[in-house]
Write a protein that binds this ligand. Structure first.
Ligand SMILES: [Zn+2]
Length: 127
């Protein structure tokens, strides 16, 4: 009994703060730990991820006026996760694009790999 009560206490004791999310342009309640401040690194807007590493700020801000009593440049936990998701998608697209460019640039090598693979498949069929 007492352990479940303790868990409930831990869950509800996470401090929640109301801040202005610059992406959504609304006042939101989120846990203090989830809010992230958008910063500038080398002139590029970045957001610290869950591991404290700065990643590029990929979302479009709402461009709405922040209420005077609230701090500017904060994004909520949901937007932090969305930003990370966009970053991952961009990375995959970039790497596919680079790989395709490499393949087109090395057409002969690509054909060789295809030929090699078809040989291997033929070998496997023989077994
Ligand atoms: Zn948000």
């Amino acid at each position: 009994m007492s352990s479940s009560h303790d868990l409930a206490t831990i869950h509800t004791s996470t401090p929640r703060t109301t801040k202005w999310c610059v992406v959504e342009g609304i006042l939101k309640q989120d846990s203090e730990m989830a809010w992230r401040r958008v910063r500038l690194k080398g002139g590029c807007p970045v957001v610290p991820n869950r591991f404290g590493r700065y990643i590029k700020f990929n979302l479009t801000p709402s461009y709405m006026q922040v209420p005077s009593e609230y701090q500017d440049n904060f994004i909520c936990g949901a937007c932090v996760r969305r930003n990370e998701h966009v970053q991952k998608t961009n990375n995959i697209e970039t790497s596919i694009g680079t790989n395709l460019q490499n393949l087109y640039g090395q057409g002969a090598c690509f054909l060789f790999v295809i030929k090699l693979l078809s040989c291997i498949i033929e070998d496997l069929k023989g077994i």
